[in-house]
Design a protein around this ligand. Structure first.
Ligand code: ATP
Ligand code: MG
Length: 567
């Protein structure tokens, strides 16, 4: 492909409303343009990357036994009423009416449509398992569309749905899909982690998120070299037994005008790890006191699933006073009556702890579990913290990173087949609900997230497999006969080997061509200039700066090197 034949409107400056580096670089590189809030156009170069990612995903979905279909982008309201999502989805759902006033929505995801298709076409266990997938535009009226194509209102998703006779078959296939997603991420060439997205308390992991690691990621994840990974909100940790000190006599101390853990700790010259933080919650309307160590944070998601509750909120001041008999800041477990107490696993390990005295301006020293207080439940109710040990290998410290969710695999069970009555007849002719899984990848988001992870001051650094072109050839002066001859031959040789090549044939200064090549992020650059050609050489340079970043080679050798890399 010739640069002059392709619409690549590169820009020196990014528009002022581009809020993250990936958006800035994609716009500057002439890959995307913004039409309106959360709505983007893909230009040829951007679309080329999108298609490469799409093809990798397609190959992996097919290898996992999937069959590609396409579903409409407009869905009738009736289907969404059946599952209840017409109301639940809220304002994120784009709704519209046709000329007869019938109501529809624009697809934000397609469980309803695909379940409808399957309930009509699948009758027997003989037709199962079945996996159907599509690449389809999705519409979501996000509260805050931002970060360019990362959180847009219209985006490309690969959504897949699997249908099974039972949970065991789904479980087996779920693993196949986790592997397929892992292959997609590896082939796309970004650094990623697959993390558990559901707490173990619900009964094993039934959802995994695939995260591209990037400092700018919205999510915090924890992971371990052994393969364990989880969203930090849901991560587990290894409880450690602490060496117990000789229990000392419980002592009340005056702590006037100090309430916050750090302040009391300083005042009493004790470290926050010695502290019992006692927080009053309202769980489905009833007060519950939750105890965590002073240096830890309560994890309300874990608390909610532990108690099987629908609503967990911090108690108001009046409730705190009613439960503890003291104003805010002096709650503690000692002497509490008529209220459920939940202690985190790390709390009961503290010897001679400090806690609120349930009395204004007083704290207690030398508080010990069993001797001075009891708990109705002892469980993991806190967020994972720096220094925690991996719960899986029980050896390494957990590591923390920021990530961008690009894929999500989920065991749906019978959620949709039940509400939509999607059944099959088993070997005995008995009707059963079909068991489902669903699997999404944000194809457009992968582009932005990859750039967040992989760029430098000069522009994008695409991984080899998803770069818009594998190689850019820059003839310094394309009108020079020898240069043109060498350029054209190299182009022909490379393309005949299946290498995707861009020739920058523009009548521009070399500096401008180099800058644009770096901005666009093509992994390999061959520069052909009269000076080096006089010695029979061209220059081969890698975009990522690693390897032998720049070398002079004979054109044939440059060609062989490149072919080797991409074969
Ligand atoms: P998020 O928590 O980021 O809103 P989600 O849980 O709503 O994501 P899913 O419904 O699981 O996302 O959709 C599957 C994939 O679609 C996500 O992993 C993500 O890559 C992509 N995606 C979701 N919302 C958007 C969006 N507004 N713009 C671009 N991609 C998106
Ligand atoms: Mg969302």
């Amino acid at each position: 492909m010739f640069f002059t034949k392709m619409l690549i409107p590169t820009l020196r400056e990014a528009p002022s409303d581009a809020d993250i580096i990936s958006t800035k670089l994609m716009i500057r590189a002439g890959m995307i343009r913004k039409l309106a809030s959360g709505l983007y156009e893909f230009l040829p170069l951007g679309l080329k990357v999108l298609r490469k990612v799409e093809n990798i995903i397609r190959e992996e979905m097919n290898a996992a036994g999937g069959q590609e279909i396409t579903l409409p982008l407009i869905f009738p309201k009736d289907l969404w009423i059946e599952t209840g999502r017409w109301n639940v989805y809220g304002k994120e759902l784009f709704r519209l009416k046709d000329r007869k006033e019938a109501e529809f929505c624009l697809a934000p995801t397609a469980e309803e449509a695909v379940t409808d298709l399957v309930r009509k076409e699948v009758k027997s266990y003989k037709q199962l398992p079945l996996m159907l997938y599509q690449f389809g535009t999705k519409f979501r009226d996000e509260i805050r569309p931002r970060f360019g194509i990362m959180r847009s209102r219209e985006f490309l998703m690969k959504d897949a749905y699997s249908f099974h006779t039972d949970e065991a078959d789904l479980e087996k296939y779920y693993k196949v899909m986790v592997d397929a997603y892992t292959n997609v991420c590896k082939r796309c060439g970004f650094e990623f982690r697959a993390v558990e997205a559901a707490s173990g308390a619900i009964g094993g992991s039934f959802s995994h998120e695939f995260m591209i690691l990037a400092d700018t990621g919205e999510e915090e994840i924890v992971w371990c070299g052994c393969g364990y990974g989880a969203n930090s909100e849901k991560a587990e940790w290894l409880p450690l037994l602490q060496t117990k000190e000789e229990p000392l006599i419980l002592e009340e101390v005056l702590t006037p005008n100090v309430g916050a853990v750090e302040d009391v700790a300083k005042f009493l010259n004790a470290s926050p790890e010695k502290f019992i933080k006692s927080i009053v919650y309202k769980v489905d309307g009833n007060p519950v006191v939750v105890l965590v160590r002073g240096d830890h944070e309560i994890n309300e998601i874990k608390l909610q699933s532990l108690l099987g509750a629908t609503e967990v909120v911090l108690a108001d001041e009046q409730t705190v006073i009613a439960v503890t008999g003291a104003p805010l800041g002096f709650a503690g477990p000692v002497g509490l009556k008529g209220v459920k107490i939940i202690a985190d696993l790390s709390v009961v390990e503290i010897s001679n702890a400090v806690a609120g005295a349930n009395k204004k301006d007083y704290h207690l020293k030398n508080v010990n579990y069993k001797k001075d207080y009891n708990a109705d439940l002892i469980a993991d109710v806190r967020k994972v913290a720096h220094g925690d040990i991996c719960p899986r290998c029980k050896k390494e410290n957990l590591r923390f990173s920021r990530g961008i969710e690009v894929g999500h695999v989920f065991k749906l069970g019978t959620k949709y087949s039940k509400s939509m009555n999607a059944t099959y007849l088993d070997t005995n002719g008995k009707e059963n609900l079909i068991v489902m899984g669903c699997y999404g990848i944000g194809v457009t988001r992968i582009l932005a997230a990859t750039i967040e992870q992989s760029h430098d001051d000069n522009g994008i650094v695409w991984p080899d497999n998803i770069a818009p072109f594998n190689v850019v050839i820059i003839p310094i002066n394309y009108s020079d006969v020898k240069t043109k001859e060498t350029t054209d031959k190299l182009y022909k040789d490379l393309t005949s080997k299946g290498i995707d090549v861009l020739i920058d044939d523009r009548d521009e200064r070399a500096g401008i061509k180099f800058k644009d090549a770096d901005l666009i992020g093509i992994p390999y650059r061959v520069t052909i200039g009269e000076k080096n050609l006089a010695n029979g050489n061209v220059e081969l340079k890698t975009r990522n700066g690693s390897k032998d970043s720049s070398r002079l080679l004979k054109p044939e050798d440059a060609m062989l090197e490149i072919v080797k890399i991409f074969s």
